[in-house]
Design a protein around this ligand. Structure first.
Ligand code: F6R
Length: 616
């Protein structure tokens, strides 16, 4: 959600900034811009639209300078336009600023500055912050311009409420790049006599060998020789310089036409990465050292509260069924955004599990902080090492799925479900689950990567189905028990990338209202592998068939009955019902992908969306 990339070093800044922006484009893509200091003044070029538009506008123009900032925007305040694109200047055009986050009191501050004679070029909250810092800089008494700028920044940051990750340069302080964060991510990259600031470590991987994940409240000043990090929060204690994690290396398309398809095809590997080294054959259980909890502590858990947004919450819903079935621990799944404002009763034996691919989702991060404030133990299931949620939580499990670039989550969902399976197995084996049952699950998990690869082979068949149903405006998805979360996830995928309306439902809810939507133009997609509710699903399909609704079923291989009821069947390999969600979701991901392509949509960058939602 908005990407910031900044550079200070000995090389020309422009190509590096543009390259960084391209790597961050998935975070927002309604406008972009760069600002470079050329030795006397700051030049800004910005443009509505994709980064390719900015590159087109720049043409052969090379802004000369070795320090600069850049931004790719996902609009919050002000429509996508050239004027609202970042970077923004202060009143005197000495300072240029890029920002990710939301300044909640910007209207008040703007009015104050207007009263002082300021004029604004945009509708953004960011421009107000640029003006405010510029205003305090002009008022500053310090002789040294660096000290004056830092003082002005500190004073301004104290006055704003809301969230920010910012980077700025100032023409009177030529060799200085400044960054700060509160609630929005910012990473410092250290290369050979060069420094970078980025919203995301992936974008600096090709350039930096060391990184510092800035903490909330950190302010970093970077000069050509060195950098300095001060904490504006009394609670922060220091920073850590880490080696760049190679798994964060920017992903390439590897010959696939889109990241979404590539990431669907990554799943045999990412599933394997999620359980590698985490299964103990002899004890028929899982080992999750990152939880930082002893068996005694794990045994004391009486209730689990899962929080997450979007796909992460859907994975949590599958996790609820897994943990309740295998470990008999009550689980509740809540939207992070609801949890943070809801006063749910919790006791000290409740453990909160925050699920987040990016580890930066603002609502989940805020919910984590709220749970911690209540004294609860909070664990994380995250993909991004070093992310805010990974650092805020006391322990957790990393997904090791590699960078997920497509806006629509695919491989992160299956990794999250797999991790819930490991957790359910671990908690179950500490309680009632027998060694025999444990063994069966361990074996089934080990068989999964090959089974996932089998399901991916359905791709051509799914593409044909998508073609056949591409005229449909609405899809209904049905699944129950372990498949309910999958139905929700499949519907979200269809909505996100094809913009068709899609609804996920527990199958049995059909007759409580949804059946009114059934007609010959509304396909129903049924998740009906051979599981405990198979017969019930077949009955629901019969009810739809009787009303003329087309049915696509995702069923277990060798199931002949289902093809008598459904119009189309996609067969997955035979698997334990606990593990079926990882298999059944893949045809849905492929279906959404092909539907979007057939309908001519930008599948990796769907309209209005952005990855990593760092605003509330
Ligand atoms: C769906 C999707 C979003 C995310 C949600 C949470 O395809 O990408 O719904 O799942 O924004 O994001 P994370 O997992 O990064 O917290």
């Amino acid at each position: 959600m908005c990407g910031i990339f900044a550079y200070l070093g000995k090389k020309k800044a422009q190509p590096i900034l543009l390259d960084g922006l391209k790597r961050l484009e998935y975070r927002g893509y309604d406008s972009s811009g760069i600002a470079i200091f050329d030795g006397t003044k700051i030049e800004v070029v910005k443009k509505k639209g994709r980064i390719s538009e900015l590159i087109h506008l720049l043409g052969k123009k090379q802004l000369d300078g070795r320090v600069g900032i850049s931004h790719t925007r996902w609009a919050t305040h002000g429509i996508p336009s050239d004027e609202n694109a970042h970077p923004h200047f202060d009143q005197l055009r000495h300072l240029s600023l890029v920002h990710n986050g939301v300044i909640e009191n910007y209207q008040l501050l703007k009015q104050r500055l207007i009263n002082l004679g300021h004029t604004f070029q945009s509708e953004t909250d960011t421009e107000v912050l640029a003006h405010l810092i510029g205003h305090y800089y002009e008022l500053g008494k310090e002789d040294d311009p660096t000290a004056r700028l830092i003082q002005a920044l500190k004073r301004s940051l104290k006055e704003i409420s809301g969230t920010y990750g910012i980077a700025l340069i100032h023409s009177e302080v030529p060799n200085l790049l400044v960054g700060a964060r509160r609630g929005s991510p910012l990473v410092l990259g250290i290369g050979n006599e060069e420094y970078f600031l980025s919203s995301d470590v992936t974008a600096i991987c090709p350039y930096a060998h060391k990184v510092v994940y800035l903490n909330d409240g950190d302010l970093v000043t970077i000069s050509s020789e060195t950098f300095d990090i001060q904490s504006l929060n009394k609670t922060n204690n220091g920073f850590e310089i880490r080696d760049v994690d190679q798994t964060e290396m920017s992903a390439s398309l590897k010959g696939f036409p889109h990241y979404m398809l590539k990431e669907i095809y990554d799943q045999p590997e990412t599933i394997r990465n999620a359980f590698r080294g985490r299964l103990i054959q002899e004890e028929a259980t899982a080992k999750l050292g990152g939880l930082n909890m002893s068996p005694q502590e794990l045994l004391r858990i009486e209730r689990i509260q899962v929080i997450g947004c979007g796909s992460a919450r859907h994975a949590g819903i599958v996790g609820e069924y897994l943990i309740e079935s295998l470990a008999h621990i009550p689980v509740e799944v809540e939207f992070s955004s609801e949890f943070r404002y809801k006063n749910s009763p919790m006791d000290r034996h409740t453990v909160v599990i925050a699920v987040s691919q990016s580890g930066e989702t603002a609502d989940t991060l805020a919910a984590v902080k709220e749970a911690k404030r209540k004294g609860l133990k909070v664990l994380g299931i995250c993909n991004r090492v070093g992310s805010s949620i990974a650092r805020e939580t006391e322990g957790g499990v990393f997904m090791h799925a590699g960078p997920e670039i497509a806006v629509a989550a695919t491989k992160s969902f299956t990794s999250q479900v797999l991790i819930f399976t490991l957790l359910a197995l671990l908690l179950g084996r500490l309680r009632f689950l027998s060694a025999r049952e444990g063994h069966e699950i361990v074996e089934a998990i080990e068989a999964l990567p090959d089974q996932v690869a089998e399901v991916i082979k359905l791709d051509p068949q799914v593409r044909e189905l998508a073609k056949k149903y591409a005229h449909s405006k609405r899809f209904l998805l049905f699944g129950r028990q372990f498949q309910y979360g999958v139905a929700l996830e499949g519907a979200l995928k269809i909505k996100e990338v094809s913009y068709c309306s899609a609804e996920g439902n527990p199958s049995a809810e059909l007759k409580h209202g949804i059946i009114a939507l059934i007609d010959q133009f509304t396909p129903s997609i049924f998740l009906c592998p051979k599981d405990g509710v198979y017969d019930k699903n077949i009955s629901n399909m019969e009810e739809i068939k009787a009303r003329g609704g087309p049915i696509i079923a995702i069923a277990t291989e060798k199931d002949d009955l289902v093809s008598k009821v459904a119009d189309e069947v996609l067969y997955i390999p035979n698997a334990q019902e606990y593990l079926c969600p990882i298999l059944t979701v893949i045809p849905l991901q492929l279906f959404a992908y092909h539907l979007a392509i057939i309908l001519g949509k930008d599948v990796d960058k769907p309209r209005n969306l952005a990855k990593s939602v760092t605003v509330e």
